[in-house]
Design a protein around this ligand. Structure first.
Ligand SMILES: [Zn+2]
Length: 88
């Protein structure tokens, strides 16, 4: 399993170009090198599947497995919240 350093700054990772410019932010683990980073992808926030994203450590496009949907970052950036009541 990937370890998760406690000094991560998810907001900074979200703002970094490596996270991508569109889509929902996820904590995701690179299947190539095992690092966990914030990556944005057009996935269902309730049931995300693996997606391809550039890994700057692997220096190529790799598969990423989402491990957490970052709803807090979504709210800060004007996405509708996915937690709470109003889902149909
Ligand atoms: Zn990687």
């Amino acid at each position: 399993m990937a370890s998760e350093p406690s000094d991560r700054n998810r907001a900074a990772e979200f703002d970094a170009p490596e996270a991508g410019e569109r889509g929902i932010p996820f904590d995701a683990v690179c299947t190539g090198c095992g690092q966990v980073r914030v990556k944005r992808a057009d996935e269902d926030p309730d049931n995300p599947t693996s997606f391809k994203h550039v890994c700057h450590k692997c220096q190529k496009s790799t598969w990423w497995n989402p491990i957490r949907t970052l709803t807090g970052l979504m709210r800060q950036n004007g996405h509708p919240a996915v937690e709470g009541g109003d889902r149909s």
